[in-house]
Design a protein around this ligand. Structure first.
Ligand code: C2E
Ligand code: MG
Ligand code: MG
Length: 452
């Protein structure tokens, strides 16, 4: 049987071909288009392998915008992004969309790192202007990963993988970052993955420990509580700082498992201390964005049997900034149960005095940066003095962190600072050593049968 219109088959075939290479939402090419273009270019350059560059860009914080404004608004933004990118890419370059909020570029005339970074900067600026959603404007940023052929890979999948590694590093470093793949970056990412595996295993094997640093009343140098500090020593990697592994656990999504273990261990240790001593525990930024945090914390205290009024949670200004509404809710739930809240590292983050007024805190911890320069720098002295006076007016307790010597302690006492913490008063020590310290001071404590 003969078909009606002999051209209809041709049209639909070319339509099908176009569809197979086109992203239906934005009309840009899709990953197959990029793959074919890269293969074509590398064949052309096989004789004389002149470099070219592949880039992957990923929008920062797109998911919350999608959730907040709805998928139609999300689609609209993606179309506007596509439109801007298409209009600004250099001659001969290709831009494609790789699903979700990810876009890729083939840049045939970008040969080296500096030029790649320059293109990244330009793309970043183009995306930084507000997106018009009719009744409102939305601002976005994007992270970029670049890979240069042939150093970053000789075939399509290798070069794309390198660009992804570079993008992954950009994402880890925060918003709006640009990374060009190199051997060092590949090593850095490999180490992070090794660290992640080792940390996951250490949590399961119960090898992550918690140490305690005394916090003293500066009037009479008596211990009033302890800050719990995570400690991990891996057989192969050696000592790893919590400033490294806590953010890693946050990024890779297992901070809950880590923090729950640490809080349980810390609370168990605190059960052996005199009842008037408090336990101060650090809450990570990711936990301040998780509505389950207050419930989980109180459940652990309940299981261990520690009175919530003996617990203080240390949070930082920067952590609170990210999702202030959720943070506020967690703080008020915890305070409702009797847990006190300390503002940690005060003066170093995105300090806002308004936040001290709007949020309900019980205590402020002055960052070590001010304390360590207290005796040699007039400015630091004035800042500490002002913080102490402000806290007095706001009826907040105040702790100076990182006191390392007698002269700093003396100065803080003279400035009227209520509490102090630092190597001068005691380095972080494990549960057994902490109990020994306490048994020296409180004769009725028996340090004997307690194990770490
Ligand atoms: P942070 O909460 O501000 O803790 C104080 C840090 O200063 C600790 O470092 C402590 O060992 C150190 N330090 C105390 N006194 C002195 C001193 O006199 N001189 C000097 N140079 N340093 C002093 P550490 O234990 O390495 O912890 C670093 C950071 O890691 C902590 O800062 C905290 O933000 C985070 N962290 C530690 N443990 C945990 C944890 O269990 N959970 C969470 N989320 N974060 C934790
Ligand atoms: Mg702290
Ligand atoms: Mg601190």
């Amino acid at each position: 049987m003969k078909s009606g219109d002999p051209t209809s088959l041709d049209i639909s075939q070319s339509d099908l071909h176009a569809m197979a290479y086109t992203d239906p939402l934005t009309g840009l090419g899709n990953p197959y288009r990029l793959r074919d273009k890269v293969r074509q270019l590398s064949t052309e350059r096989a004789e004389d392998p002149a470099p070219f560059t592949v880039c992957i860009a990923n929008l920062d914080g797109f998911k919350p915008i999608n959730d907040l404004f709805g998928p139609e608004a999300g689609d609209e933004i993606l179309c506007q992004v596509a439109h801007r990118l298409k209009a600004c890419i250099p001659d001969g370059a290709t831009v494609t969309r790789h699903g979700g909020d990810e876009f890729a570029f083939l840049l045939p005339l970008v040969f080296e790192r500096k030029a790649a970074e320059k293109v990244g900067q330009m793309l970043k600026e183009v995306l930084s202007a507000p997106f018009d959603l009719g009744d409102r404007n939305v601002r976005l940023s994007a992270s970029f990963g670049f890979a240069i052929y042939p150093f970053a890979g000789e075939d399509f999948s290798d070069i794309l993988k390198s660009a992804e590694t570079a993008l992954y590093r950009s994402k880890r470093r925060g918003r709006g970052q640009i990374t060009v793949y190199s051997q060092e970056i590949a090593q850095e990412m490999k180490r992070a993955t090794q660290l992640e595996q080792a940390l996951r295993n250490a949590i399961i094997a119960n090898e992550v420990d918690v140490h305690f640093q005394p916090i003293v009343n500066l009037k009479d140098d008596t211990v009033v509580g302890f800050e719990a500090l995570a400690r991990w020593c891996d057989a192969d990697l050696g000592y790893v700082s919590p400033a490294t592994f806590v953010p890693l656990a946050e990024e890779r999504g297992f901070i809950d498992a880590l923090s729950d273990t640490l809080l349980r261990k810390a609370a168990e240790a605190a059960m052996n201390w005199p009842k008037e001593l408090f336990l101060s525990f650090n809450l990570s930024s990711a936990q301040l964005m998780d509505p389950k945090t207050a419930f989980n914390t109180l459940a652990i205290l309940n299981r261990v049997g520690l009175d919530p009024r003996r617990l203080e949670m240390e949070i930082t200004e920067t952590a609170m900034m990210t999702d202030a509404e959720t943070a506020q809710k967690i703080v008020s739930e915890l305070r409702g149960a009797g847990v006190r809240i300390s503002l940690d590292d005060f003066g170093t983050g995105q300090s806002s005095l308004g936040r001290l007024r709007d949020f309900s805190f019980d205590k402020v911890k002055i960052d070590r940066a001010f304390v360590s320069r207290l005796t040699c720098d007039r400015a630091s002295e004035h800042i500490v003095k002002a913080i102490v006076a402000m806290c007095e007016g706001l009826e907040l307790e105040v702790v100076a962190e990182g006191i390392e010597d007698f002269s700093e302690a003396l100065k803080l006492k003279a400035l009227g600072c209520g509490m102090g913490q630092g190597y001068f008063y005691g380095k972080p020590a494990d549960a057994v050593a902490t109990l020994n310290l306490l048994s020296d001071r409180y004769r009725h404590i028996d340090a004997g049968p307690i194990s770490a």
